[in-house]
Design a protein around this ligand. Structure first.
Ligand code: NOJ
Length: 528
């Protein structure tokens, strides 16, 4: 696969469809809304759009509980609206990536209705059914990711079914060949429509221990952490056989031209990189969430980047993710000033960057009043601070009452400063975070060293993180002050005659710098 492939040299932008643009005045975003904002994305400079699930769903987990894998939820529009969207995306030279949710369906999916109808139903084995223990208790100690037992008893047939998430999200049985076949047909359905790839939900969960052994207790767990962390997930996910399942999906995509398979995987680096598969037969891009979880200091970041680079299998293409719909907003995690440094890091590292909508306008954590909580996780385990609504609030387009997102009160509140923190206002401000994102993206796209070049660490003696990107004879140096104090980064072994190409403050361009680079608080520089 040449390095000029779109999913290698491009930038992926995640849209949470409920919150991007409402076109029909119901307070929830939709497909026509997304289509109406594509020119903004072109102007921003991204290459591919990934949209979170848009399929028919009872919305117990906001679309991650699918009741028809080949349809469109009326809330988001019709299949015609989808066809319109994909045509408009492609007309602009962009790519469209869909969310594929194969680990579980909705409990309202016709497959599950059949499966639960009797023990002898042909689809019984499409889901995971187990007998109770002799005392009637669940088959093992596995815990749902949203808290409580992962097993739900079904009175009618006297067995438990397994759900790694909500009880409304029964896990599918990927050991069953008919289920696999049905899911492959789902992939083909969308590929035939022209979608350019999939982000596969919880791909490392697809196969569970064949013997359903208890997970061991996590001695480090504390009750202020989610219950799922009370057990080490040794038997419930990341099983060896999952790689065959992923290779099976990959073979379907490989029947088509230039499609991408992205896997959602939360695992340590050494496990994560196994998801490229044997001889790269797995995911093209196992999502790398390390920047989301990192302790935000130069030492930790430098360590994780270098460790990841070293762990990549031969020929594997790296990727970096800074935010998503399950994690606190980057600006809330590290502060508005460092969010600019993070943007520079994301867009100068080697590997496909994935941005989360709204981060480019610095959307903060938006407080959700108790009576407006939507997220089922927050409802199941309230008050721990793991609710995901604060990072799913509507995109802010302009200074109008509902920020140009909708004509009515949106499904989740807007940020407190939406009169100022919006695309229109920040576009007028040449020093804004949005202007920085635009310039960073333009620079990455026009600089092969940054887009597809090699990565080399540069040791520094300060709270700065530095690295070199090379392509042919070309050199770019990136120096990031990952602190709120001024610093001077002493760069060992860098090219002569460096000048500032871009500062996170959007000034200093053309300034000559030597091996001692002075950095203001929270300043990042691209030099070349
Ligand atoms: C991961 C998704 O990103 C998250 O939003 C969802 O709740 C779970 N998978 C279950 O599908």
């Amino acid at each position: 696969m040449p390095a000029n492939t779109w999913w290698k040299n491009g930038i992926v932008y995640q849209i949470y469809p409920r919150s991007f643009q409402d076109s029909n005045g119901d307070g929830v975003g939709d497909l026509r809304g997304i289509a109406s904002r594509l020119d903004y994305l072109v102007d921003l400079g991204i290459n591919a759009v990934w949209i979170s699930p848009i399929f028919p769903s009872p919305m117990a987990d906001f679309g991650y509980d699918v009741s028809d894998y080949c349809g469109i939820h009326p809330l988001f529009g019709s299949m015609e609206d989808f066809d319109h969207l994909i045509a408009e995306v492609h007309r602009r030279g962009l790519k469209l990536i869909l969310d594929f949710v194969p680990n579980h369906s909705s409990d309202r999916h016709p497959w599950f209705k059949e499966s639960r109808s009797s023990r002898n139903n042909p689809k019984r084995d499409w889901y995971i059914w187990r007998d109770p223990k002799p005392d009637g208790s669940p088959p093992n100690n596995w815990v749902s990711n949203f808290g409580g037992s992962a097993w739900q008893f079904d009175e009618a047939t006297g067995q438990y079914y397994y759900h790694a998430f909500l009880k409304e999200q029964p896990d599918l049985n990927w050991r069953n060949p008919e289920l696999r076949q049905a899911m492959h047909n789902v992939l083909r359905f969308w590929l035939d429509k022209g979608v350019d790839g999939f982000r596969v939900d919880v791909i490392w969960h697809l196969i569970k221990d064949a013997q359903f052994r208890d997970n061991p207790r996590n001695p480090a767990w504390h009750p202020d952490r989610p219950e799922i962390e009370s057990l080490l997930q040794v038997h419930s996910n990341d099983q060896e056989e999952v790689h065959d399942v992923i290779a099976g999906m990959r073979r379907i995509l490989d029947e088509y031209k230039d499609r991408v398979l992205i896997g959602e995987i939360y695992l340590p680096t050494d496990r994560l990189v196994t998801y490229y598969g044997k001889d790269l037969s797995g995911a093209h891009l196992p999502f790398n969430f390390q920047l989301i979880q990192a302790a935000w200091n130069a030492r930790a970041i430098s360590h994780l980047v270098n460790e990841y680079e070293a762990a990549l299998p031969e020929g594997a293409w790296p990727n970096w993710v800074l935010g998503n719909h399950d994690q606190p907003r980057i600006a809330a995690r590290i502060g508005a000033e460092q969010a600019r440094v993070a943007a520079m890091l994301l867009l100068t590292l080697r590997g496909t960057p994935t941005m989360y909508y709204g981060d480019e306008i610095g959307l903060p954590r938006v407080e959700i009043p108790p009576n407006r909580v939507q997220d089922p996780w927050e409802k199941n385990e309230p008050g721990l601070g793991f609710g995901r609504d604060p990072a799913r609030t509507p995109m802010q387009w302009d200074g109008s009452t509902f920020a140009g997102f909708s004509t009515v009160q949106p499904w989740l509140p807007l940020g407190p400063d939406h009169e100022h923190d919006n695309v229109e206002a920040l576009s007028r401000d040449s020093g804004s975070i949005l202007s920085l994102y635009r310039q960073l993206i333009r620079l990455r796209r026009s600089t092969p060293e940054l887009a597809i070049g090699d990565y080399h660490p540069i040791p520094t003696e300060s709270p700065a993180f530095a690295f070199l990107r090379t392509y042919g004879e070309g050199r770019r140096v990136v120096v990031l002050n990952v602190s709120g104090e001024p610093t001077a980064a002493k760069l060992v072994s860098v090219p002569d005659g460096l000048r500032v190409k871009l500062s996170t403050y959007l000034d200093r361009v053309g300034e000559a710098v030597g091996v001692n680079v002075a950095l203001r608080p929270n300043e990042g520089l691209v030099l070349g």
